[in-house]
Design a binder for this molecule. Structure first.
Ligand code: PAP
Length: 326
């Protein structure tokens, strides 16, 4: 396998300068050493910071982002928990806001290479094509970071940075997560994965708190945060894509424009591209593992009634109580 350190030296310049600043690196490490820690997926240590769980190297980049990123008004931030539709959202955003990363003719499309997840750069085995700390506008970036841990410059009432968030039914999210980590890390029984999911001990978890934070903020500031649902995107894609484009200030006037984007971002098309069938953009994770079934209700093929009830109960308490139904 390619040694990731070969590529670390290729990191975009200013991001490298910031992430590798020795004194900061040391102080982040010292903070992390003192945090509560747990074992994730029987494979990795994971750390609890400000209410959420992160892998060590991810957490350093979360801290770096929070401390250094200066948002500009024309920035667009995509946000999501893991496995709720990140890949689809990235693909849609790149099509709606073309900025040179993708011409119309771009053939080799892996949404994760086209559009970086800020705190995942550590895992990338290819250098990102854009520099999130660069000054040239517009910046389109993605994060799994919870709302409360975003840089103040994004959240500030004077910032016009827009955020598009995607949520998904927790039961389907769990099953998607189980399949993903079974291939990315190691296979574990459904029951063990279920305990892990319910405890919230996974990167950027707990899912329920993640979704609740963005939901609450989107209700307060609908002009700033568009809260999308995977299920609505599946059931009514044209309406949802148009809504997203409108929100981003790029309304799609013609039906054929919407249809084209829908097709370009479809699971069927993306999963059959060579880069997604056989490529690898992250250490140990094949691009293929981001494209599975993409169905609503797949959880029914896996969960026992007791498991369903437990997740439903959490949804009632954490989400439905604040008006969020998934
Ligand atoms: P990430 O957060 O790790 O990037 P993410 O893309 O959110 O992962 O989750 C992958 C899920 O989105 C998979 O769902 P499944 O396991 O239930 O099948 C994957 O199939 C689905 N997915 C990926 N791309 C698309 C797409 N273009 N359209 C619809 N669903 C998609």
């Amino acid at each position: 396998m390619t040694n990731p350190s070969t590529y670390i030296s290729l990191y975009v310049k200013s991001f490298q300068t910031i992430t590798m600043a020795d004194s900061k690196e040391k102080s982040y490490s010292e903070i992390i050493e003192k945090l509560p820690k747990a074992r994730f997926w029987e494979a990795q240590d994971i750390y609890h910071w400000e209410g959420f769980w992160f892998w060590r190297d991810v957490l350093k980049l979360v801290m770096t982002f929070r401390d250094n990123f200066l948002a500009r008004n024309d920035d667009v931030l995509l946000a999501s928990p893991m496995k709720t539709g990140t890949t689809w959202l990235k693909s849609l955003a790149v099509c709606i806001l073309p900025d040179g990363r993708t011409g119309d003719a771009t053939a080799a499309e892996n949404p994760h290479s086209l559009l970086p997840t800020v705190e995942a750069s550590h895992f990338a085995i290819k250098p990102y094509e854009i520099d999130i700390y660069d000054a040239s506008a517009p910046r389109l970036i993605h994060t799994h970071i919870p709302y409360s841990l975003l840089p103040d410059s994004i959240k500030s009432s004077s910032s016009s940075t827009k955020i598009v968030y995607i949520a998904r039914n927790p039961k389907d999210t769990f099953i998607s997560m189980w399949h993903f980590y079974n291939s990315a890390l190691c296979p574990i029984p459904l029951e063990k994965a279920f305990d892990c999911f319910c405890s919230g001990v996974y990167n950027s978890g707990p899912l329920f708190d993640h979704m609740a934070e963005y939901w609450i903020e989107s209700q307060k500031r609908p002009e700033k945060i568009l809260f999308m649902k995977y299920e609505e995107l599946k059931s009514n894609p044209k309406v949802q894509i148009s809504k997203m484009a409108e929100f981003l200030g790029k309304p799609l006037a013609r039906e054929d424009e919407v249809e084209k984007i829908l097709w370009r971002c479809s699971l069927e098309r993306l999963r059959n591209l060579e880069v997604n069938k056989n490529g690898k953009d992250f250490v140990n994770v094949s691009n293929r593992s981001f494209f599975r079934k993409g169905e609503v209700g797949d959880y029914k093929n896996y969960l026992t009634p007791e498991m369903e009830e437990k997740i439903d109960q959490m949804s009632r308490e954490k989400l439905e109580a604040i008006g969020l139904f998934l």
